[in-house]
Design a protein. Structure first.
Length: 341
């Protein structure tokens, strides 16, 4: 224990000296195992968090009736991954902790059952308390912010630039219901090369709402498929060929203009499905039900204002080395304490 206290003292000393030397990325490396049979982990490892979320690919995790009445979904894949759980392949609503190897069955009765709410509350408690005695996840979940829509201007720009390569293959999106995002879309689109305006705006909107180019999604290399979109968790993947593209919509609009001129009539509105059987792409509705972009409390209307504000701050006040170094030291302290909890 004395050794542990000494290590914490050293790290706190590092914090006081943060202005004098560059931050070390060592907080991302896992230390040796503290207890036999318990794998060392870090609740600040976002890549590991994403990897756990990606295991929840089964539609069985898309139950929309798992809300607890307060707008929370305690059994959603994001909340389960936050607390260290990953889905067990081939099993129905079963999770396992990669660190302590504990297994939980999170089956629920029908939502019409008289005991549904009690079962949901009980299962939510098991998610929090179901780890082995010395498992770090028992007391140190990942940050709550990771379960919300990801707001990162740099990430959006990278994703939008990649999506621009799809050009006119990008899906046509009706913007009438996404008005709150117009300002943010314009900001991101203005930073994208010399592509056609409609391509840049479509790419920016898709990136902001959590879609990436499926052919260049490095975090899921086994699922890199041309002409597809994938969500940021690497779980939901769709083929662009099933939706009306920008090119097809342009041709359709031209045909309608010609028809109006010949018939002397006006044809208005956007059809949900055209003669070719292709429907319009809904960048929110196509996400899985547990995706935070679709939640009632963090949907487009709820989080776009905050996204705009954060993007503006990132542009006006980029982090300096002085700001980053103390943050890195604090993360190292948090990481070390995580392993002792």
């Amino acid at each position: 224990m004395a050794t542990a206290a000494a290590r914490v003292g050293e790290l706190l000393g590092d914090l006081s000296q943060a202005r004098k030397r560059p931050a070390e990325p060592s907080f991302e490396r896992s230390p040796a195992k503290r207890r036999s049979g318990v794998k060392a982990i870090s609740s600040l490892d976002f890549a590991a968090f994403q990897a756990r979320v990606a295991t929840f690919s089964s539609n069985l995790w898309c139950r929309s009736d798992c809300e607890n009445g307060e707008g929370e979904v305690p059994l959603s894949p994001l909340q389960l991954a936050r607390r260290g759980w990953a889905a067990v392949a081939g099993e129905e609503r079963v999770v396992q902790c990669p660190s302590c190897r504990e297994i939980l069955s999170l089956a629920l009765p029908s939502v019409t059952s008289l005991v549904f709410k009690q079962f949901l509350a009980k299962q939510a408690k098991r998610v929090e308390n179901g780890h082995a005695e010395f498992c770090p996840w028992a007391a140190s979940p990942c940050p709550e912010a990771w379960s919300r829509p990801q707001v990162d201007l740099v990430d959006w720009l990278d994703a939008a630039q990649s999506l621009c390569h799809l050009g006119q293959k990008l899906p046509y999106i009706v913007r009438s219901k996404l008005g709150p995002l117009d300002k943010l879309v314009s900001r991101v689109a203005s930073k994208l090369g010399d592509d056609v305006t409609e391509v840049k705006e479509a790419a920016a909107l898709l990136a902001i709402l959590g879609w990436r180019d499926g052919a260049s999604w490095e975090k899921a290399p086994d699922r890199m498929v041309p002409d597809t979109l994938v969500d940021i968790w690497g779980v939901r993947q769709i083929g662009l060929w099933t939706f009306r593209s920008l090119e097809e919509e342009e041709d359709r609009q031209e045909s309608r203009r010609v028809a109006r001129q010949l018939a002397g009539e006006e044809v208005e509105g956007d059809e949900e499905e055209g003669e070719d059987g292709k429907k319009l792409f809904d960048p929110v509705g196509e996400h899985l039900s547990w995706n935070p972009v679709r939640s009632k409390t963090a949907g487009v209307e709820g989080w776009c204002v905050l996204a705009n504000e954060k993007a503006e701050r990132e542009e006006k006040e980029p982090e300096t080395d002085f700001q980053q170094e103390p943050k890195a030291a604090l993360q190292r302290v948090r990481h070390l304490l995580d392993q002792w909890c």
